[in-house]
Ligand binder design. Structure first.
Ligand SMILES: [Zn+2]
Length: 81
């Protein structure tokens, strides 16, 4: 299967979010500033897993799939209604 490896940044970005990165991301933090999340089919799956550990997580806008970010916004909008 086409699994990708994902990492969670240890340091929040300027929005206070911990970003999820794919291994090949140019913005991937150094090994001292990231935690290995695991192998998933998509960034969205990695996000679902990460939210069970931390509450303030978000998909990196550089390596994250735009469609997945859209889905996430759509879901969170529904949840707040
Ligand atoms: Zn990234």
């Amino acid at each position: 299967m086409n699994m990708k490896f994902f990492y969670l940044s240890s340091n929040p970005d300027f929005n206070g979010k911990l970003l999820i990165h794919e291994r090949s991301c140019p913005e991937l933090p150094s090994p001292y500033e990231r935690d290995y999340l695991g192998a998933f089919n998509s960034a969205f799956e990695a996000l679902k897993n990460a939210t069970e550990i931390k509450s303030n997580v978000s998909i990196c806008p550089v390596c994250g799939c735009k469609e997945e970010i859209y889905t996430l916004r759509h879901l969170s909008k529904k949840a707040s209604e």
